[in-house]
Ligand binder design. Structure first.
Ligand SMILES: [Zn+2]
Ligand SMILES: [Zn+2]
Length: 353
């Protein structure tokens, strides 16, 4: 094996391309993974255009982003147990320090040593090198072995699927009840699919191609935001005048946040999963209090990978239909353009390095 590989290297805002770089070496408790599939995340275009530089993503240049990946273990670092060369693994972005109070509780998405490399924290593709490359090193904590019948492309959907599952764990799902998803993007569609698999009647609010996709993917009801209908009134009508048991906000707009709380039933639960662009939004607090509605912020996907892989492997969660395009790493720019501009109905775009 030569010691060089192809990687997407970012040298500044809007300044990136495929370059030859050295293959990294795995250190203590790390393995070298040959990246087989890496999906473009909604956060990636903003990383590439410098939109997250204020948040210190990335913290330095040159830098390689990418975090929704699956691959094959090709080399073990010191002290690795539980993984072998040849293992097929799915990855996740967050890797906690493992020793802080939150990590010990399993809340490694909220590690108290966030960003501290020396403490062992990693946020692959955000604060530490990511997967838009032919190889990358990962701590064993960020990897989950894949069942044989799950492909690498499907494995690259585990991070997004886990983000949906995490919100559902926070709200719970009422089998036989109603759930609403605002925003039929990849995360919203995964929420709908998992909620449906758990026995919920699903309602998806959105527009255009992606709303039609939601219908094809099994949503029980769709509501078009361009229809001019009163969205909350329509949800009340579908739910027999009561409102939804669980509501998931993935659209990220002020309007959707207000509608999310207002379309929940009394004692209902709302999860906000969209990555907000600003800190402050309005929420209908009187409705929250009088109807006793719980609103959860939901971040990332701690300890979700194994369950998502099991849902995929058992055929209860179809992720294949979410992958609309695949590109080799040399066509990275074309892949990013396809994703950003939703060319040919692009939903999830996967790079196969
Ligand atoms: Zn992501
Ligand atoms: Zn920690």
């Amino acid at each position: 094996m030569s010691n060089m590989m192809k990687a997407v290297v970012m040298r500044g805002a809007n300044d990136y391309g495929v370059e030859m770089v050295e293959i990294p070496k795995p250190k203590q408790n790390e393995v070298l993974v040959r990246v087989k599939a890496v999906a473009i995340c909604g956060s990636d275009p903003k990383i590439f255009n410098g939109g997250f530089l204020k948040a210190n993503w990335p913290p330095y240049f040159p830098f390689t982003p990418g975090h929704e990946f699956a691959g094959e273990v090709v080399e073990l670092g010191e002290g690795v147990t539980g993984l072998s060369v040849g293992d097929r693994v799915a990855g996740e972005a967050h890797c906690g320090c493992g020793v802080c109070e939150n990590c010990r509780k399993g809340l490694y998405n909220l590690c108290l040593n966030y960003g501290k490399i020396e403490a062992g924290h990693r946020h692959y593709g955000f604060t530490t090198p990511g997967a838009y490359a032919q190889y990358n090193v990962y701590n064993v904590k960020a990897l989950t072995k894949m069942p044989d019948n799950v492909s690498y492309e499907e494995g690259s959907m585990v991070d997004t699927g886990g983000t949906a599952l995490q919100a559902i764990r926070l709200t719970g799902i009422t089998p036989g009840g109603y759930s609403v998803v605002f925003g039929p993007g990849p995360v919203g569609l995964f929420v709908m699919k998992v909620a449906k698999a758990m026995g919920s009647n699903t309602i998806v609010v959105g527009r255009k191609e992606r709303l039609q996709f939601a219908k094809r993917a099994g949503a029980n009801h769709i509501i078009d935001t361009e229809s001019g209908e009163d969205i909350v009134a329509k949800i009340k009508e579908i739910t027999g005048g009561i409102g939804a048991d669980e509501v998931f906000e993935t659209a990220g707009s002020q309007e959707a946040m207000l509608q999310s709380v207002r379309s929940a039933r009394k004692n209902g639960k709302v999860a906000i999963l969209s990555l907000p662009v600003q800190d402050e939004y309005l929420l209908p607090v009187k409705t929250m209090v009088m109807n006793q509605i719980a609103v959860f912020g939901s971040r990332a996907n701690p300890s979700c990978s194994k369950d998502v892989l099991s849902l995929i492997s058992d055929g209860r969660l179809d992720v294949k239909d979410m992958i609309t395009h695949t590109f080799p790493i040399d066509d990275f720019q074309k892949a990013l353009d396809t994703f950003v501009n939703r060319i040919d109905g692009a939903l999830k775009v996967v790079i196969t390095p």
